[in-house]
Design a binder for this molecule. Structure first.
Ligand code: ZN
Length: 133
């Protein structure tokens, strides 16, 4: 069901500062910067070989990312696992008793379909993602 780690999400106060670090210091490349209105977030996708780092800045002080940073500071936010069929993955996980944050997929970065699993069941916040072809 799961194909690979699609990306690792990192919550940051400033995309601009974080992008400088990942490009100038670490020598990585930005694939794109995008506002995801539904998630009240601005993201920068950094390519790292076969996978990606997703830097996430909140666009709303009440948004989930802003609340996360308030409680835990900047840093690791979620792990995104890639599947080929998110609808069937969600059904399978639900059948197996995994607590879901999103019962239905929503739109993520690069027009992908995403859904979050509840960290209570998975020990860490996990996003499953079906990339757009
Ligand atoms: Zn993500």
């Amino acid at each position: 069901m799961i194909k690979k780690i699609n990306h690792i999400g990192i919550a940051v106060n400033s995309i601009e500062d974080a992008v400088k670090l990942y490009t100038d210091v670490l020598g990585l490349e930005v694939k794109g910067i995008e506002i995801i209105a539904e998630q009240k977030a601005k993201t920068a996708i950094i390519a790292v070989g076969e996978t990606k780092i997703e830097l996430i800045e909140s666009t709303d002080p009440e948004g989930a990312i802003a609340r996360h940073i308030e409680r835990r500071g900047e840093g690791l936010h979620h792990l995104a696992l890639e599947v080929s069929d998110i609808q069937s993955a969600l059904e399978t996980l639900k059948e197996k008793g995994i607590l879901l944050v999103d019962e239905e997929p929503r739109t993520g970065v690069e027009n992908s379909k995403i859904a979050f699993l509840h960290p209570k069941g998975t020990k860490a916040l996990i996003e499953i993602v079906e990339p757009r072809e």
